[in-house]
Ligand binder design. Structure first.
Ligand SMILES: C[S@@+](CC[C@H](N)C(=O)[O-])C[C@H]1O[C@@H](n2cnc3c(N)ncnc32)[C@H](O)[C@@H]1O
Length: 276
């Protein structure tokens, strides 16, 4: 059977906890404007599928003060951290151990179903999306952040980061059975399911819109969490992966240089008549 969680080790690492905090700081201020567009009922039922440490689950509960928000994940340590950090939002906010491949909710349970930074890390992203659609009510919204490792751009230094991302994204994906270009491929999956109002927007994490140190924290956490497996799954050694990441960090921290990560935010509505 395919390993449904090939990034289990990295997802559970302490570097991921740092990363999720930095990503939320970098991305949420722009992303929230896309979320405000959804016409949700005041007591909206919201699912955060693959919620990690609850960074965004809790922000959603605060943004919609009468909503009922459920975060699900398969890493108990993340769920425990989320529960302890956000106890003040109980009982509107809760966290449960559930897999996005097999959610416990009945069909059409949620007004808004969110799934951020997960689809690139699992095989069969289309199966996960179908499960998210199943639990979303007719007329409800899907809100996805499917990462795309062809959308990271750095300036060239002694090393050329284009070589790194080009090779790493392709061979890491092949080694884990995942799609590291799922950002651009999600539109087609949603269109084939006859979802309505499909939008592909971008949060721009760059050295102008986001504090350089926040952006750097994301790359540092990737270096600390992924250099070892890059050494195992790609033609790069772990040591050379660290060198590339360190050069990207120098680029981000240099006030005379520019770097950007384009983060796709893909949304759609489940049609009133159901899906194909
Ligand atoms: C990069 S984190 C993103 C966390 C959160 N969505 C955020 O944006 O802060 C991806 C999360 O997906 C979770 N995950 C991976 N496979 C899963 C599955 N089959 N079911 C539920 N969660 C899963 C991981 O455990 C991890 O916490």
């Amino acid at each position: 059977m395919t390993d449904l969680n090939p990034q289990a080790k990295q997802m559970a690492d302490e570097s991921m906890v740092r990363n999720l905090a930095a990503q939320a700081q970098a991305i949420w201020p722009q992303e929230v404007e896309f979320i405000r567009r959804y016409a949700l009922p005041p007591e909206a039922r919201i699912l955060d599928a693959g919620c990690g440490t609850g960074e965004i689950t809790s922000r959603l509960a605060k943004l919609f003060p009468r909503s009922l928000v459920l975060g699900v994940d398969i890493i108990d340590a993340h769920l425990d951290l989320a529960r302890s950090r956000h106890a003040d939002l109980v009982p509107r906010l809760s966290f449960e151990h559930q897999s996005v491949f097999e959610l416990k909710a009945a069909d059409r349970s949620f007004d808004l179903t969110v799934c951020r930074h997960l689809l690139h890390s699992v095989p069969h992203a289309d199966r996960v999306i179908a499960e998210l659609v199943r639990v979303t009510r007719r007329g409800g919204y899907l809100h996805l952040i499917p990462e795309d490792y062809g959308m990271l751009h750095f300036q060239r230094g002694r090393l050329d980061p284009r070589d790194f991302w080009h090779t790493v994204a392709t061979s890491f994906a092949a080694g884990t059975g995942t799609d590291l270009f799922i950002g651009r491929n999600t539109f087609g999956i949603l269109a084939a399911m006859n979802l309505e109002g499909i939008k592909v927007d971008y949060v721009v994490v760059d050295t102008i819109r986001v504090p350089r140190e926040t952006f750097a924290s994301i790359i540092e956490a990737w270096r600390d969490g992924y250099a070892e497996s890059i050494g195992q799954l790609t033609p790069f050694t772990s040591e050379s992966a660290v060198e590339y990441f360190n050069q990207m960090l120098d680029n981000i921290r240099d006030p005379l240089k520019y770097a950007v990560w384009m983060v796709p935010v893909v949304s759609a509505r489940v049609p009133q008549s159901g899906v194909a």
